[in-house]
Design a protein around this ligand. Sequence first.
Ligand code: ZN
Length: 167
Amino acid sequence: MTTTLEESSWHNRISTEIDRCLERFDCKDAKDIRDKLEDLKKVAGQIAIHSASCRQCRKYFAKIDGLTSMLHDFNKEPDEYKDGYFNIIDEIASHLQKDHGYTLTNTYIRMCTIFGGLLGISIGCAIGQSIENLIIGSVVGCIVGLISGFSIGRILEKKIDSEGKLL
Ligand SMILES: [Zn+2]
């Protein structure tokens, strides 16, 4: 699925307005706001792609327009508008995941790392028992498991990203 010229120029305009707003939050304290505004840019791009065929995405299309037109107020009093903003962005992201098969960044990395760590500990324990050193076995197993899990998660996410399905 691709965007029409009108939708991609809409996305360009939204991105430019968000970028302008991001300049204002160029400090460490505002990391959560910056991350969320980056998310807004990402979800806006996906909404533009699906709005032709999905009624819910068309609704969000208008909602994102509303959000960006309020960026000026958000700039002035981020604390007052933050929660409302964040909720809508999360809602849109969850629609994209549920109905359009998107995956949030770091989901697989987190899952595979945890699973790898646990698997590594149990294999490490088994090996540790046979060499009569449980501690070395489980520690080495855990480290190897964490690193392999993380790498596998990263490969999976790269693949999802190349399919354009990573949020
Ligand atoms: Zn949709």
